[in-house]
Design a protein around this ligand. Sequence first.
Ligand SMILES: *Cc1c(COP(=O)(O)O)cnc(C)c1O
Length: 731
Amino acid sequence: MSQAELGIPTGSRPLRQPGISAESLYEKCMTLARNLWWSWHPEVVNLFRDLDPIRWRQLDHNPISLLAEFTPQRLETRATEMVLHSRVNHAYRQLREYLKSGQTWGATQAGVLGARPVAYFSAEFGIHESVPIYSGGLGVLSGDHIKSASGLGIPLVAIGLFYDQGYFRQQLDLDGYQHEEYVDSHVDNLPLEPALCPQGNPITVEIETREGRLLAKVWKVLVGRVSLFLLDCDVDGNKPEDRQLTSRLYGGDTRTRIRQELVIGIGGTRALRAMGIRPAVYHLNEGHSAFAVLEVIQERMHQDGLAFDDALREVSQQTVFTTHTPVPAGHDRFDADLIEEHIGPLRDKLGISSEQLMGLGRVEPQNEREPFCMTVLALKVSRRANAVSSLHGHVSRRMWSSLWPWRVEEEIPIGHITNGVHIPSWLAWQMKQLYDRNFPAAWTRKMGEPEVWQHIHRVDPGELWETHNALKNQLLAFTRRRLSRQCRRRGESDEMVEAARTMLDPSVLTIGIARRFATYKRADLVFTDIDRAAALVQDSDRPIQFIVSGKAHPADEPGKALIQKIANLRLDERFAGRVVFLEDYDINVARHLVQGIDVWLNNPRRPLEASGTSGQKVVLNGGLNFSVLDGWWAEAYNGSNGFAIGQGRSHVSDETTDARDAADLYRVLEDELIPMYYDRDDDGLPREWIGRMMNSIGSLAWRFSSHRMVMDYCRSAYIPAAGGLSCDMKM
Ligand SMILES: *Cc1c(COP(=O)(O)O)cnc(C)c1O
């Protein structure tokens, strides 16, 4: 359709030929879509959404899929209709300037890293819901880490795997039982491009095993200024079963697992070399990628003519390891035959015996019954190791003290850097507007600084309360939409489908419970005394309601039973419509929840939560945390910035711990939390509650940001590991 046909005076843009401008508009939109920078810029997100709000939602907020449905001409027409041209141009210019700008924290503070980047290895990256290569907390943390590295201008490249089926989609049946569905994603619809070597050719890496060789191609994803490289075994030349090797995250048996870890560690290191990238620092985010270090040692031995031990010492100086798992079963362990099959050829090049190799992965090197543990390898080959919260640091030092039997526990060389979240990704647009109005100009460039956030105390309480409630209403609308869709798909009655559209009351205190359904996280703790919980939910003056979400690992039957128990509360009249389960927890569901919830309930069995980050996202948006003093909350809670369960003690038996925590949970809910929420002044404002919201934002937002976290990594790990002069402080 021409402009004249649309009733737009053609004379208004006389100097542009329609064809050329349509093409260039399309190009600009595609350029924006192909750098995930867009995902943490609400104005660009809104731009894509405005192209077609319904398709945007249906396509999982994937701008590449969306643009694929447009011809340049139709895009031009739509842009004219919606007056989008200047917004596209503005966003495009912002991206270009961002990519060019050299004035960053990293440029001034981390200059030593300059020419040679940090190589950040992680088995998953959670950047946006449209790129499904993550399962949960570890992935979202990696995503937030590289986004902050981009924002701070830290020279960093990231290495992971491309899972074309990602993690599963969750659906519950009429019995509330979880089913897993794996969906193929299409490379064409993702912001992936082949990674190239300096000569301009695509890269394929080769990894020999005792049973033949494995091939992997390499994709590149742009995340702001950071390049993320993803290895993919779906290539010609691999055996059919190997082509599937990287299709699923945490799928398959131990053999699949070690082969995936071979690809990320050794394949990843070879890919960097093929691209001509020579990292100054290797950061192993969790033990999955620890084989990388063996490959770097091999490289150093052959380049510099070093002996194995000398190369190991040098490489460990450059290696940083972050452990995330306080649960012993969470650490990968492999038998000697699997290790020999996969690491044997590399071992030949390293010139070490299989006993020596196995010794690197054992607490007791000579113990032939001990399997090879990736965490042990990572600890032995990295000069700097850290846990992800202060409490987790204590737990990790105790857990691995047998590796340093001659040291007292405090001197076990595992420090901590507490996790944080990427503020631009998790902060609701409406809250950002509120901060923009009340915080110093350019505050977003100082998100990691405490002073900035003190301005929250100057915000008008009514304004903060209204903003929060607007976000809460959005969450409830989202929840209802999802619930009615779930009901329909599950084949529930028309009545149920209809009822879902009006479930949950915006004036009722709303508690969110969302996490992986592992039994130690005790998602059902608040339902321990079911009658007491029912009384709270049904209270006529001061009722409460719950939104629950989360996946159980496909092999975790007790976790699935827990989901079933909570999902089936809808069959109990006392809870129907007041405790709802949202299927398919992902970054999108998480974003809605953390932005709109009143209270975020987290009650793992202490001290099993390494850090947790979802509660940090809640802080930014004005929700309050109500948590066991575990992980990050143990160091965050100050008595007036949220609510605590328990006194930070651990008990001998799980039964005792669970009973005491449940009792305390009910006590705080009944005596403090619910009364405070419903205590309103003449303007209808819960003054004391709003005061807590302000305390929470003011005391926590900067500290638990990933900008602060990445700055900590730079100062206490990356810079010293790169041989910089910065003090080598204990992490
Ligand atoms: C933030 C986030 C997590 C991590 O949250 P926890 O506090 O560790 O439960 C997990 N999954 C998703 C989708 C998230 O956004």
